[in-house]
Ligand binder design. Sequence first.
Ligand SMILES: Nc1ncnc2c1ncn2[C@@H]1O[C@H](COP(=O)(O)OP(=O)(O)OP(=O)(O)O)[C@@H](O)[C@H]1O
Length: 273
Amino acid sequence: MTHEAIITARGLRKEFPSAGRSPVVAVDDVSFELFPNECLAIVGESGSGKTTVARMLVGLESVSGGTITVHGNSRTQGVHKLSDRRRWAREVQYVFQDPYSSLNGRQRIGDVISSNVRLHAAPSQTPRQIQMEAHEILESVGLDSKFFQRFPRELSGGQRQRVAIARALAAKPEVIVLDEAVAALDVSIQAQILNLLSDIRAAQKVSYLFISHDLAVVNQISDRMIVMEQGRVVDSGATAELLANPQHGYTRALRAAVPGPGWKPVRRDKLSA
Ligand SMILES: Nc1ncnc2c1ncn2[C@@H]1O[C@H](COP(=O)(O)OP(=O)(O)OP(=O)(O)O)[C@@H](O)[C@H]1O
């Protein structure tokens, strides 16, 4: 891991207006860094502000205070030019929680992927090369050529989430934000997707900002984590250490709430994935 962060958030703040009352402070003084090829988890219960942080990063929400930069370039002001939008998209892609609503039902899977490849392709790339690349990307997420002609409704939840990951990869991003990306899936399918994400990270040197309320999942995939409660970061550190020895009462409470007999943190160096 080099020491130059890709993403740097400093004192990030988000207020939402609330009719007749003082604004809701969804994110309050949040700071973190994301380094190349690492997986940083943002953990917290529903409403703690995780998604709002991610939405500010990708420009889906304005920033009320503080800064968020990618390679030192501010994302606080938003972008207007198409070329800047494309650059932002190449830097950071977003995979949403719900694989059922995040894909356009009328678009074939092949088109979902090839349209994103095309958007970020070099001008010299031919349509045939773009098609081939789209096939390769689908293959890399475990979906063979027969999926190219299919529609989202013909796929399972896990397969759809593979498509959503493939669509993100088509932009060749440096960072993928995974926002509760396995939360809607059965536990066995979750494990397959987490393994896939680990394989992709090993092969492609991509970084993940992995948003989740589920410490068992975070334990499997992330190197470091920050814990959010009511908009603030209350705990942070290496995932295995923090889960073994949570510093903050809130992290201890989250940790204690993880279901399953004999649940214990797994050291990353003992993980096979
Ligand atoms: N557009 C909005 N307008 C007003 N309040 C909002 C808006 N979006 C989020 N909030 C509020 O901001 C707070 C943080 O929400 P956020 O969705 O970021 O939390 P979260 O930790 O991601 O939870 P979840 O996993 O349920 O999405 C909540 O109190 C939420 O109600």
